[in-house]
Design a protein around this ligand. Structure first.
Ligand SMILES: O=P(O)(O)OC[C@H]1O[C@H](OP(=O)(O)OP(=O)(O)O)[C@H](O)[C@@H]1O
Ligand SMILES: Nc1ncnc2[nH]cnc12
Length: 183
């Protein structure tokens, strides 16, 4: 993990109290996008561990992945594929491959869909996301890649908040451990 970027990520992160009636704090990562240095360095830092494996495409889930994925893809000089969630109201038309996640960090089983025409045999996929806790949504993405015949190289996330065995199983690398974010 690049030390200066990791320090900046920690400094720009906040936990927010959403107000009365809420039982827990929510993460606010918007400071990462507002900082020009972080924004410029995120893509190259995310993809660095995977360059040698020569990814052919970056895949990332809505909604935060739609920001980070293209940063990573641009850094690699490859294209980007979005994984859509019907809950976000932007379900694409055309042939889709679906998978449902196990319960994720909020206990939701999330339906994810990828356009068939954008992934296939011969693709070496780098998955990118902002945060991983249970790995549930990544499981669904890996299932979709397998169904389409594409090979998953691993996942690059900004914040690693999952057990080490999950990180090892899903081949996850990260830029900061969630434990190192300010309380
Ligand atoms: O490891 P897991 O338990 O699967 O949780 C991690 C996922 O959950 C969050 O996404 P969320 O669905 O909240 O979407 P967002 O990008 O719209 O915040 C996060 O961005 C990851 O995609
Ligand atoms: N964005 C996020 N994704 C997964 N788990 C989280 N915990 C706090 N913020 C999170």
């Amino acid at each position: 993990m690049p030390a200066e970027l990791t320090e900046r990520l920690a400094a720009l992160f906040q936990w927010i109290d959403p107000g009365p009636g809420t039982s827990h704090l929510v993460s606010d990562i918007s400071g990462w996008w507002r900082d020009p240095t972080v924004l410029a360095e995120l893509g190259p830092a995310l993809v660095a561990p995977y360059r040698a494996a020569r990814p052919t495409v970056v895949l990332a889930p809505a909604v935060t992945g739609l920001l980070l994925g293209p940063l990573a893809a641009t850094a690699l000089g490859v294209g980007f594929v979005a994984a859509h969630k019907p809950g976000d109201g932007r379900l694409p038309a055309g042939a889709l491959t679906w998978a449902q996640s196990p319960p994720d960090y909020r206990g939701r089983r999330v339906d994810l869909a990828v356009r068939d025409r954008h992934l296939g045999p011969g693709d070496r996929v780098l998955v990118v996301d902002d945060w991983v806790r249970t790995g549930a949504q990544l499981h669904a993405l890996y299932e979709i890649c397998a169904a389409l015949g594409a090979e998953v190289l691993g996942t690059a996330v900004v914040a690693v908040d999952c057990p080490p065995e999950v990180a090892a199983d899903l081949r996850i690398t990260g830029l900061i451990n969630a434990a190192d974010l300010p309380a």
